[in-house]
Design a protein. Structure first.
Length: 294
């Protein structure tokens, strides 16, 4: 099966990139991986991925290159400083799948257009956290030239359960910001309601029993409620990364959206308390501690 697919290089083996690379290997796609810290890719080599010594080496050996890192500066550093963009073969696809905001994808597109017009840029951030990434169940917000779709489809099908094509490169990023704004308010509803319940003398199980089966609580929120009830705040989607995405949404519109700005301020306080590496639902704890016991 591997011979039927073009080789894919995944650059950035964090929680998301690791799961995506593993899903590609399981689908029989020849997969090359690179990470600044090589230890993150060790188990992928055991699964059958090839580990490249540099980002440029990985790009040189692949027809499709995926970047999945924290922010726009990291993407541009890989492309320029690490030599990825120059190493791409003529006609290669660069699938930029990190969440980097509107200004970020504009910078990436400008660099690619100026330096490598012979390379096809796809803007395709994903929705989902660590577990969906590991199980190939992400949602992909893809944008870019239609002629690239058949070539990228095997990889997108391997890492995602759903791909939504939304127009020219840049539209995917815009839809991702909308998605994560929805996610932010869904999280805030859970965190604020649980914190309020606890300060009123109710436990989380009571909230879960009362609301979990009703129409206003999504399956995602119900799962988060169960984790909070069990005191489980290990990062599925780290608070610091969720806050980054909220800031990207606010930056994209340049003003207004007072409720989202207030949410960002509240979450920043939790990050300042040292909670940024935990799951975004850890905001519950920060809210519980505000004002002391009623």
């Amino acid at each position: 099966m591997a011979g039927t697919h073009e080789p894919v290089a995944v650059l950035g083996i964090g929680a998301m990139g690791h799961g995506m690379a593993a899903s590609a290997v399981r689908a029989g796609i020849p997969t090359i991986v690179w990470n600044r810290g090589p230890e993150a890719a060790r188990d992928l080599a055991e699964l059958g991925a090839e580990v490249a010594g540099t980002a440029a080496d990985a790009a040189r050996r692949a027809a499709i290159v995926v970047t999945m890192v924290t922010d726009a500066d990291a993407v541009l550093s890989i492309a320029a400083d690490q030599g990825m963009l120059a190493a791409l073969a003529r006609g290669a696809i660069w699938a930029q799948m990190s969440t980097i905001g509107v200004a970020g994808i504009d910078r990436v597109a400008a660099m690619a257009g100026a330096q490598r017009p012979d390379v096809t840029l796809l803007d395709a951030p994903v929705s989902g956290s660590k577990d969906p990434a590991e199980h190939g169940q992400l949602t992909i917000f893809a944008s870019g030239p239609a002629e690239a779709r058949p070539r990228i489809a095997p990889f997108f099908d391997a890492v995602g359960q759903r791909t939504i094509w939304v127009g020219e490169a840049g539209a995917g990023t815009r839809l991702k910001l909308v998605n994560n704004t929805w996610l932010a308010f869904a999280t805030e509803a859970v965190a604020t309601s649980v914190a309020l319940a606890r300060r009123l003398g109710l436990d989380t199980e009571t909230v879960l029993d009362a609301l979990g089966g009703g129409p206003v609580v999504s399956p995602w929120q119900a799962a988060k409620l169960r984790r909070i009830a069990g005191g489980e705040f290990s990062a599925q989607f780290a608070l610091s990364l969720a806050l980054k995405d909220v800031h990207l949404a606010l930056e994209a519109v340049g003003g207004g959206f007072a409720a989202l700005a207030c949410l960002a301020d509240e979450w920043q306080q939790a990050v300042d308390q040292g909670l940024g590496g935990q799951d975004l639902t850890v905001v519950t704890r920060a809210l519980e501690q505000q004002g002391g016991t009623p």
